[in-house]
Design a protein around this ligand. Structure first.
Ligand SMILES: [Zn+2]
Length: 475
């Protein structure tokens, strides 16, 4: 081979590698290249390696997730170098990083992402208000470095409102990430995005996902997965900005901001902004659009509250509260599925049996297998949610994992022990927002069973009524 052809071959190889590595922050074992090649690329300033920890007397920090909490930084003897090293417990679920390891990043020429002529294959139509919101999103994407908060009720059709914006970005050869706190939501969005952008590479990243290499132009990811990126995206869409764990975990805003290019447009989506975001809006520090109406134009279902004084005692006996039994009896002929939220995994496990028995006795379900429970640690979680979606399950008992982002067309929604701490105002609004999602069945009942009203319940109901009034659909 002539030197010229070797060098062409080399530059093609580097170009291909650029797609694979650009915008990522990786550990050595995440780079399947041998030491010789990697060292060569470092020498040629195509890769750079940086420390994974800052270890000074005054500050110790994990440079992968930004954690500075000493309680989350451990020290263990390192088998490789026979010394004691720092490691970070905060981001350990992404694989443990030891102080002697380095972080690697591609600093060679970045690849040009494909400029698409007409990437959107979605054939649906936006309503007039959705169209207005969509145009505003497009406007933001056309401006570099712009931030926009989209405050839209549950069921507004946020995903569809993003399609034009994403189309605009793809036509400009931009790389896009939509990050959301929950893996269930990523799983639900993947087929919708793949269908809407049939000829664009779309990948879904979450713990245990198939799409491991993260080389797509359009990435859907859990917020945790963003820890693997640095200066990767031109458009960052952050869904459920108010949600746990984004809301409570400082490493996620850290990772999100690092994953953005300096001129990245950021779109925040929320149905229930936290005080901090509301205050930014009021002080006009954060441009926003407010979208108080569901895509089908019907109001948000307003939750009913049902008092049950013996609720805790019933739970101790593994029984659902009596008012729930009375309520469920009345919906014998209901065609709707039933989504039952409970505050803990143990309660979900304990109470399913008696609810199953009651529903069988009352002929609300016909067979044992029509009801199941699901929670975050359930190994069949994905499968069960799918069964509920396919209506193989008529009733599902769940912890807050299904509080957001998931859409089932025709459900009634119940919370058992709505006064429990896990159900804060945002959670209650989100849960209520699971009902009445479809234009074919836009109402749906929402019932909070409780043994004492909480501020969160009162505020949630008031917020829902206010949204309905602002959307012009409230009574
Ligand atoms: Zn860390």
């Amino acid at each position: 081979m002539t030197p010229k052809s070797t060098s062409i071959k080399m530059s093609t190889w580097i170009k291909n590698q650029a797609y694979r590595y650009t915008g990522k922050l990786l550990l050595r074992h995440e780079i399947p290249l041998n030491d010789k090649t990697l060292n060569y690329l470092i020498k040629e300033k195509i890769f750079e390696s940086t420390p994974s920890f800052k270890n000074k007397i005054i500050i110790k920090q994990c440079l992968r997730c930004g954690n500075t909490k000493h309680s989350l930084l451990g020290e263990i003897p390192c088998l490789n170098c026979q010394r004691t090293h720092l490691y970070c417990r905060k981001c350990i679920e992404m694989g443990r990083v030891m102080e002697c390891e380095r972080l690697y990043r591609w600093i060679g020429k970045a690849p040009s992402w494909k400029v698409h002529d007409n990437p959107c294959t979605w054939e649906g139509e936006l309503t007039k208000p959705q169209q207005q919101a969509s145009s505003r999103i497009v406007e933001s994407i056309n401006k570099e470095g712009e931030e926009l908060l989209v405050w839209a009720v549950c069921g507004a059709g946020k995903t569809e409102m993003l399609f034009q914006g994403i189309t605009t970005a793809l036509k400009q050869g931009k790389r896009i990430c939509l990050a959301t706190p929950r893996a269930d939501v990523v799983r639900e969005l993947k087929p919708r995005f793949q269908q809407a952008f049939a000829n664009v590479s779309v990948q879904a990243l979450y713990g245990g996902s198939q799409d491991k290499d993260a080389t797509a132009q359009l990435i859907l990811a859990t917020t945790h997965q963003l820890l693997r990126f640095k200066e990767a995206f031109d458009v960052m869409i952050i869904d459920e900005i108010d949600a746990f764990p984004y809301h409570a975990d400082p490493s996620l805003p850290f990772a999100t901001s690092r994953a953005k290019n300096p001129v990245c447009t950021t779109i925040y989506l929320t149905a229930t902004p936290r005080k901090k975001q509301q205050s930014l809006i009021t002080r006009k520090k954060l441009p926003h659009i407010f979208f108080p109406i569901r895509y089908h134009g019907h109001p948000l279902p307003v939750p009913q509250m049902k008092m049950s004084l013996s609720l805790k005692k019933d739970f101790q006996n593994n029984q659902p509260p009596t008012p729930f039994i009375t309520w469920v009896n009345k919906r014998q002929n209901s065609h709707r599925q039933l989504l039952i939220f409970v505050p803990s995994i143990s309660l979900a496990e304990q109470i399913t049996k008696s609810i199953r028995r009651i529903l069988l006795e009352e002929k609300i379900i016909e067979k044992n297998s029509a009801i199941d429970f699901v929670h975050a640690e359930d190994q069949y979680r994905e499968e069960k949610v799918k069964q509920f979606r396919n209506k193989e399950l008529k009733v599902i008992i769940t912890t807050t994992i299904l509080e957001r982002g998931v859409t089932f067309p025709s459900v009634d929604v119940v919370i058992l022990d709505a006064g429990h701490d896990v159900f804060d105002q945002a959670a209650l609004v989100q849960i209520a927002g699971r009902a009445g999602r479809s234009a074919d069945d836009p109402t749906g009942e929402v019932v909070f069973f409780h043994d004492g009203k909480t501020e969160a319940m009162i505020q949630a109901i008031s917020a829902i009524k206010k949204m309905n009034l602002r959307g012009g659909v409230g009574g």
